[in-house]
Design a protein around this ligand. Structure first.
Ligand SMILES: *Cc1c(COP(=O)(O)O)cnc(C)c1O
Length: 400
């Protein structure tokens, strides 16, 4: 019989969110009257705003006409690639350096094909699970639990280092996954920190995979919204980004990656050329309906809607953060990101998760699920309807 890909067995048992869903189901089964509110998963809840939605509708309509019909467009619509370059990168990139995708997570899952199974990996700890799981599936040995650390280096981001890692820990010639604004901690790296990251990566021959999925939540104008604001980044960084969180496209599926032509392997060959090849070989591009929606999201009216939607979630974040702070709980995030990272020193995060569920009927995410340095933290997500968030905050203030 056929044998199982051994990489699958190396995945850490039980992906975090199914485990949370299981615990929620168990609690609901034994407390049938409980009105459970989720501040757990990072899934959007609010409808797509009208102008952007009209773009999606128009995209579908056009497909039914001779003039508007389109088929495969491997790397994406030229107009959208150009728009992304001008809106997010000041026109710095040519359209063949911007690749449209079905989402940032999907791109992250495909990216490691570029570097093969022997690539060394460094991740912020805690981190968004796909950096580790995608690496393990690509052949990097071991997750952080049980199977050891080989192939993946964890860069602890803790209260002591202000949630920015010690860059000396980054291995030579590695892929460095870096997420800012961060999921799960909500921390945003400042210009000096990102400059140090770029400098270290150039010195050590690393490629940064910079995940900017939450860049549109940044309100502090001094904080960089893309790694390419940092000098030298085009020599060492790939950026992935997404319409999922700012435009509510989690179910629509649309993202992009930037792979500058200046990026080279040790052999001198072009990383951009290979990424282009992969797009045409195993991907075939994002939905053209979604791309019309993306174009609408990036015109003046669409950008106003992105601002409105991200303002709404940031409003939720402020309510949650204020409630936690009023209880004397130390937290970060929630000001330039939709996540609040709350510290319960000396406690086990699954135990705090259970206590909040039991006392307040609020589902959160235990920090330990994102990596060892997440222990004793809880992630609160600001994705929710306002009335639910208000009710959750009331319960936290009264019962926690
Ligand atoms: C939600 C999220 C994404 C977006 O993924 P998509 O596949 O584009 O929906 C990317 N990175 C992080 C850290 C996220 O939390």
């Amino acid at each position: 019989m056929i044998t199982r890909n051994p990489c699958i067995a190396n995945l850490k048992a039980g992906y975090l969110f199914p485990e949370i869903a299981k615990r929620r189901r168990e609690y609901a089964a034994s407390h049938p009257d409980a009105k459970i509110i989720s501040l757990g998963v990072g899934n959007t809840t609010e409808p797509i705003l009208p102008h952007i939605n009209a773009g999606l509708t128009e995209g579908a309509r056009k497909l039914g006409t001779i003039e508007g019909y389109s088929g495969y467009q491997d790397e994406g619509m030229a107009a959208l690639r150009e728009k992304i370059s001008s809106v997010f990168y000041g026109g710095k990139f040519s359209i063949d350096e911007v690749f449209i995708s079905d989402g940032a997570k999907c791109d992250i899952g495909r990216l490691q094909i570029l570097f093969g199974s022997n690539a060394k990996i460094a991740v912020q700890d805690p981190s968004y699970p796909v950096y580790v799981d995608g690496s393990v599936l690509a052949g990097a040995a071991g997750g952080w639990e049980g199977t050891g650390y080989a192939g993946i280096t964890y860069l602890p981001c803790t209260a002591e280092n202000n949630f920015f890692p010690n860059l000396d820990l980054i291995p030579q010639n590695s892929i460095v996954y870096f997420c800012s604004p961060n999921n799960p901690t909500g921390a945003v790296a400042n210009r000096a920190q990102l400059s140090a990251l770029v400098e270290t990566s150039v010195k050590k021959g690393c490629i940064i995979v910079f995940d900017a999925a939450y860049s549109e939540f940044i309100r502090d104008p001094s904080l960089p919204k893309t790694i390419y604001e940092i000098e030298g980044a085009a020599q060492c960084a790939i950026e992935v980004n997404s319409f999922s969180k700012p435009a509510g496209f989690t179910g629509v599926r649309l993202g992009w990656s930037v792979v500058p032509k200046t990026l080279k392997y040790a052999s001198g060959e072009s990383i951009n050329a290979d990424w282009n090849r992969i797009a045409g070989t195993i991907f075939n591009g994002a939905s053209n309906v979604a791309q019309e929606g993306g174009l609408a999201a990036l015109d003046d009216e669409g950008l106003k809607e992105i601002r409105k939607l991200t303002d709404f979630y940031l409003g939720n974040a402020k309510l949650i953060r204020d409630a936690l702070v009023s209880l004397g709980i130390k937290c970060i995030g929630g000001d330039n990101s939709p996540y609040i990272w709350a510290h319960f020193p000396g406690r086990d995060s699954w135990e705090v998760f259970a206590e909040i569920l039991d006392k307040c009927q609020v589902v959160t995410t235990p920090g330990a699920g994102f990596g060892p340095a997440g222990q004793s933290f809880i992630r609160f997500s600001a994705f929710g309807h306002r009335a639910d968030v208000e009710e959750a905050c009331k319960r936290l203030e009264k019962k926690l």
